[in-house]
Design a protein around this ligand. Structure first.
Ligand SMILES: Nc1ncnc2c1ncn2[C@@H]1O[C@H](COP(=O)(O)OP(=O)(O)OP(=O)(O)O)[C@@H](O)[C@H]1O
Ligand SMILES: [Mg+2]
Length: 352
């Protein structure tokens, strides 16, 4: 099979488990994000792919070739670290030339390649500038150009944008994604920022605090169909309602009943479940309405951030948050009675 394959990878540092039982297939030419909270093993997994760490168990294959024990310098992967690791006393050109010189590229070819690369990252004319004379975003681009200089088989980036301010960071996300699409190089980006992962990737690998992979899928799949409560909670905002399965398409939450469309396989009546509903899928109806998929309560807070309106409902002690556009704003005020309506198709049922 082509692409990068990880099979049953474990990595321990003494008694610390950094990565546990990871099996993945990353197809060619895709943009993949490793996403998860601090300490979940993202950097370790990237370093294992790069050959900077050896797995305690399992194997790594690239295009059918086993590379588990191949030294990092023979893999021909480009890597950008969070610290960027540029040489501050050298110029932009010298920094990029370094990786070309290591690969014995001649002087004329080197010069031409540096020009090409700087053009690619929109830094033409910066060859003789010192790193210390560049802005954060420009340094970022030099680090990328240097990693791309060797035409890597894999482009690996560990939180390269985390030091940038919010606006520049968003610009660089778009730039990096467009660069990757032009070069069609298989790219793995580590991030703990779910928005970054969702906006950039073809494929998101969600890792949890147990240092395992919880779900792999397109951003939309992961958002719409989280496989467990960790993913539902970590990706975006979700209302998580605890209850139990009461047969056919029914879930009981307290004294209320939800009719749902999809259920996990082999669920027996009485099994505890968590229902995940996205705030934008919840309708807030004025007044008290009884019936299936309705949670009557009271408006406890309204948060208006301009581009969207969030209504917080207290439904018999259960907090439910809804979100709408300013146009779709529910006709309710703080302190008034209101009912949260949860459409069947919007209720994702997860095993608790
Ligand atoms: N060289 C090492 N020696 C001992 N423990 C390590 C080493 N490297 C990582 N760890 C541990 O392995 C676990 C995973 O670390 P890792 O750096 O991969 O996490 P991460 O997901 O990249 O976190 P962050 O988002 O904070 O960068 C952590 O508990 C960490 O303390
Ligand atoms: Mg890390």
């Amino acid at each position: 099979m082509s692409g990068l394959i990880l099979e049953e990878i474990d990595k321990n540092f003494g008694s610390v488990i950094a990565v546990q039982d990871v099996s993945l297939h990353l197809p060619h030419g895709r943009f993949v994000c490793f996403l998860g909270p601090s300490g979940c093993g993202k950097t370790t997994l990237l370093r294992l792919i790069a050959g900077l760490e050896k797995p305690s168990r399992g194997s790594i294959m690239l295009d059918g070739e086993v590379i588990t024990h191949q030294p990092a310098h023979q893999r021909n992967f480009g890597m950008v670290f969070q610290s960027l690791a540029l040489f501050p006393h050298l110029t932009v050109g010298e920094n990029i030339a370094y990786s070309l010189r290591v690969r014995k590229v001649g002087k004329t070819a080197r010069r031409q390649r540096i020009e090409e690369l700087l053009n690619l990252v929109r830094l033409s004319g910066f060859t003789d500038r010192h790193i210390s004379q560049l802005s954060g975003g420009q340094r970022q681009r030099v680090a990328m150009a240097r990693a791309l200089a060797i035409e890597p088989r894999l482009f690996l980036l560990d939180e390269p944008l985390s030091a940038l301010d919010a606006k520049l960071r968003e610009d660089m996300q778009v730039e990096l994604r467009m660069l990757q699409q032009r070069l069609k190089v298989t790219t793995v980006l580590v991030t703990h920022d779910q928005r970054e992962a969702m906006t950039m990737s073809d494929l998101v690998v969600v890792m949890g605090t147990d240092n395992r992979v919880h779900q792999v899928g397109s951003p939309l799949e992961i958002y719409r169909n989280p496989l467990d409560t960790f993913v539902a909670d970590f990706i975006g905002t979700s209302n998580l309602l605890e209850g139990f399965f009461s047969g056919s398409q029914k879930i009981t939450i307290g004294d209320r009943r939800l009719i749902v469309e999809d259920l996990p396989e082999n669920l027996s009546p009485g099994t505890p479940v968590t229902v995940s509903v996205r705030p934008e899928d919840i309708h807030v109806l004025p007044g008290i309405e009884e019936g299936d998929n309705r949670l009557p309560g009271q408006v406890s807070f309204i948060r208006d951030v301009g581009s969207s309106v969030e209504v917080y409902l207290d439904c018999a002690g259960l907090q439910v948050i809804s979100q709408s556009t300013p146009k779709g704003r529910p006709a309710v005020k703080q302190g008034e009675e209101a009912t949260a309506f949860l459409p069947a198709a919007a209720c994702a049922v997860l095993r608790s």
